[in-house]
Design a protein. Structure first.
Length: 269
């Protein structure tokens, strides 16, 4: 069953009911155990959004993915758990211009207990639990997330200070995951996801980030990986199963990240 396969992946043993407590717990479990990563893009493997492909990648293969995959797979889980889930189009905003391209992101709206909640694991350092689709600042621990209503069908999520993106806009009109399939399948070489290896993961109250050959924690404490064995260990740390990458894939990633790392060093202030 789809639900059981996802629950096994998340190591989730609590009762599953279509209520707010379960929604929060499942979202948190996903953020703790499923990495945001672009390794398949780096390896030139197509990104497929069919239910069969998502179920296989996230359960049998134990992988993570980018926003279309992460939220597409989360939608499968939540629907299997009995939640009313709407896939919606979003736009991650560019800090320098304050605008974004619609469809460069997707998110989920979940109706539960008389309110709509934003669920989104497709931002690498997203909130641990869903946020109510309600104007105002919503705190998770010491971190503020602010929802702003732009018009009748558009909202803006202002990310916490220091987040990897400043904000992203959301249109509430229902969409289908198939509408984003071609965009997700092959990433152009100019895309930032094709230019640099990325992985992000939440663990032990900290945000871990992987860029090319550099690993950091909470945006600081950067360490550079010097050997392919250190690189492999770091991928395991980010819950990436090396058997799915393969020996040839690991070697290809290590080779690709050499130039990426040099470019990153050159761009540092």
């Amino acid at each position: 069953m789809t639900l059981d396969a996802f629950l096994d992946r998340l190591e989730y043993s609590e009762p599953v009911r279509p209520d707010l407590a379960t929604l929060r717990n499942l979202h948190r479990a996903w953020r703790l155990r499923v990495p945001y990563e672009n390794l398949d893009v780096q390896l030139g493997r197509p990104i497929l959004l069919t239910p069969e492909a998502l179920l296989g990648k996230f359960t049998r293969r134990g992988r993570g993915g980018l926003c279309y995959e992460m939220n597409g797979a989360l939608a499968l889980l939540l629907r299997a758990a009995g939640f009313a889930v709407t896939i919606v189009e979003a736009a991650v905003l560019r800090e320098t211009r304050g605008d974004g391209q619609w469809g460069n992101h997707i998110a989920l709206l979940v109706d539960v207990e008389g309110e709509t909640w934003l669920a989104d694991t497709g931002i690498g350092d997203a909130f641990l639990e869903p946020v109510p689709l309600r104007e105002g600042t919503h705190w998770q621990g010491k971190l503020p997330y602010r929802m702003e209503r732009l018009d009748a069908g558009t909202w803006r999520m202002h990310h916490r200070p220091g987040g990897t993106v400043a904000s992203w806009d959301i249109r509430t009109a229902p969409r289908e995951i198939t509408e984003f399939a071609e965009r997700a399948r092959i990433w152009p070489s100019a895309s930032p996801y094709a230019r640099v290896l990325v992985a992000q993961h939440h663990r032990d109250g900290h945000e871990l980030a992987f860029r090319a050959r550099t690993v950091s924690r909470d945006g600081a404490g950067r360490r550079t990986l010097s050997t392919v064995d250190e690189f492999a260990d770091a991928l395991r740390e980010f819950r990436v199963p090396l058997e799915d990458i393969g020996e040839d894939g690991l070697a290809a990633l290590w080779a690709r990240t050499e130039e990426q790392h040099e470019s990153w060093l050159a761009a540092r202030p």
